[in-house]
Each structure stands twice: as structure tokens, then as C-alpha cells.
Write a protein that binds this ligand. Structure first.
Ligand SMILES: NC(=O)c1ccc[n+]([C@@H]2O[C@H](COP(=O)([O-])OP(=O)(O)OC[C@H]3O[C@@H](n4cnc5c(N)ncnc54)[C@H](O)[C@@H]3O)[C@@H](O)[C@H]2O)c1
Length: 260
């Protein structure tokens, strides 16, 4: 392993999209640092079993003191950080009129404030070397409204706005900032939301032109593209939609289904 090997930090890499992203980036030659509320042993073990390097860190991204320890630790681990993936997020499905203020604030803290703090901390170091790529995992809920998701959608719209603003502010100093906007993805987040009876597989597959959920791999490949300074060298401030055509499709339902 050489000193010029790239290093990526994946927030929320213990499972789901984050885990798949960490594994994919490791397979493409990055050393991985994974931070999650839960331990990331499964992800680290999978990466190491494939002959690559990874370190896990248990921490709450909304805990500013914990992050003040984590960021220097992450830099010191291999002496550099080339890519930051702000993937950790939480869902909240509730009618707006029944969403408590504390729930609303918690969703904003995890989905928007934490990516800002991590971007600020890692971005400051990236600006010193005039290189680096930050990828925020937003959602199509950051581009369009979906009922019963006031806090979640506000947080993801905010994350898209943060992405564009940091891209404008830092692009001239070598640091690119982009977002991916997945549609519905088959992960534990989806399983937990469906277990509460909020929607079904058919609700989603009927609405998506490509008639399926995204896989974590679909999203991970888009993240890896945006993270890579060669692959996406001139892509900055972009929101890469990974939704099987959901947001592009203005068809009414019978018309969409007639085309299958
Ligand atoms: N699953 C979907 O349908 C979907 C669709 C669009 C966007 N997204 C977004 O993709 C991202 C990943 O989603 P997923 O489906 O893999 O979710 P997931 O719930 O399966 O995994 C999220 C991970 O983030 C970690 N995490 C949550 N809060 C944290 C905190 N405060 N500090 C540290 N770690 C924390 C969790 O422990 C977990 O490992 C999220 O930002 C989510 O909003 C998901």
C-alpha cells in the first residue's frame, strides 16, 4: 500500500447505501474510514476480506464534540482524505401537523447540519491542498415534494442547496461538491418505513418508469463517479438523480403502465 493511495470517509457506512459505497470505493483503490452510530464491523470485515484497508469509528455525527475528535483522527489515520461521502440520514414519515418540533429538529440535525459540519471540517483541510471531492447523499425528496415528509424533505432540499453553495464557494479552490438524489432504495430504512405500513413495494414500482427500486449498488456507483477526480473532474454542484426516471416522468398512471 503506497502513501499516495486515496482515502475516502463514508458517514453512515455501517449498512445500506453507505456500506455498499464503502465496499465499492475500497475495490476501486481507496482506503476507507467509516463512521456510524453503530459499529461498522461488517463493512470493515468485508473490505478487509477483499484485501483492502478500512477503519471504523463509532460516533454520532450530530455530536459536535465527538466530531472534533473524529476529524483529526480520520486525517491522521492515513495522512490524507480525498473524498467525503455524507451518506448518514434518518427518515421521518408523519403528517406535517403531527410532526413534533423535536422530531423536525432531529431530522435536520442528522440530514443537514451534520453534513455541513463534516463538509466544513474536511473541506477546510481539502482547501489547503486544493483538492478533494464531497458527495452528499440527498434524495429525490430534495427535488420534489412528497406528502407526509415535511422534515425529511426540508432536510434534503437543504442538502441540495448546501451542495450548490459549497460548489460555488470551493470549486475555484479545487474542491468539488456534488449530490446524488436516489429514488426509493431497498435498504433497512425502506424496510423500517414499510413495516410501519406507510407504503408498499407496489406503490413505488408502479410509479417508477423502470418498475423497480434502486439497489444500494445503483447509488454507490453514482457516488463513486462523483467522488473520483478523474471520472468527474469538471462536474461540480450537480445533483445526480438515480431514480429510474421518477422525477422525469410526468405521465399519468394508466399511460405509464400501458408502456410496460
Ligand atoms: N433508502 C432509501 O429509499 C433512500 C432514498 C433516498 C435517499 N436515501 C438516503 O440515503 C442515505 C442512506 O440511506 P439508507 O437507506 O442506506 O439508510 P439506513 O438507515 O439503512 O442506513 C443509514 C446509516 O446511517 C447511520 N446513521 C444514522 N444517523 C446517524 C448519526 N447521527 N450518526 C452516525 N451515523 C448515523 C445509521 O446507523 C445507518 O448505518 C440516507 O441519507 C437516506 O436519507 C435513502
Amino acid at each position: 500500500m503506497s502513501a499516495d493511495q486515496r482515502v475516502a470517509v463514508v458517514a453512515g457506512g455501517g449498512r445500506g447505501i453507505g456500506r455498499r459505497t464503502a465496499e465499492l470505493l475500497a475495490g476501486r483503490g481507496y482506503r476507507l474510514i467509516i463512521i456510524d452510530l453503530q459499529d461498522s464491523l461488517d463493512t470493515v470485515n468485508a473490505i478487509e476480506s477483499a484485501g483492502n484497508e478500512a477503519s471504523g469509528y463509532v460516533g454520532d455525527l450530530t455530536d459536535q464534540i465527538a466530531m472534533e475528535h473524529f476529524v483529526p483522527w480520520a486525517f491522521d489515520r492515513w495522512g490524507r482524505v480525498d473524498a467525503l461521502v455524507n451518506n448518514a440520514g434518518i427518515s421521518l414519515i408523519a403528517p406535517a401537523e403531527h410532526t413534533t418540533l423535536s422530531d423536525f429538529r432531529r431530522v435536520l440535525e442528522v440530514n443537514l447540519v451534520a453534513p455541513f459540519l463534516l463538509s466544513q471540517s474536511f473541506g477546510a483541510r481539502m482547501l489547503e491542498t486544493r483538492s478533494g471531492s464531497i458527495v452528499n447523499v440527498a434524495s429525490i425528496a430534495g427535488l420534489v415534494g412528497v406528502a407526509d415528509r415535511a422534515a425529511y424533505n426540508a432536510s434534503k432540499h437543504g442538502l441540495v442547496g448546501l451542495t450548490r453553495t459549497l460548489a460555488a464557494e470551493w470549486g475555484g479552490r479545487g474542491v468539488r461538491v456534488n449530490a446524488v438524489c436516489p429514488g426509493w432504495v431497498k435498504t433497512e430504512m425502506d424496510a423500517a418505513d414499510q413495516a410501519r405500513g406507510t407504503y408498499s413495494d407496489a406503490d413505488i414500482t408502479t410509479r417508477v418508469p423502470m418498475a423497480r427500486f434502486a439497489t444500494p449498488g445503483d447509488v454507490a456507483r453514482a457516488i463513486a463517479f462523483l467522488a473520483d477526480d478523474q471520472e468527474s473532474a469538471f462536474v461540480n454542484g450537480h445533483t445526480l438523480v438515480v431514480d429510474g426516471g421518477w422525477t422525469a416522468d410526468g405521465s399519468w398512471e394508466s399511460l405509464r403502465l400501458q408502456k410496460r
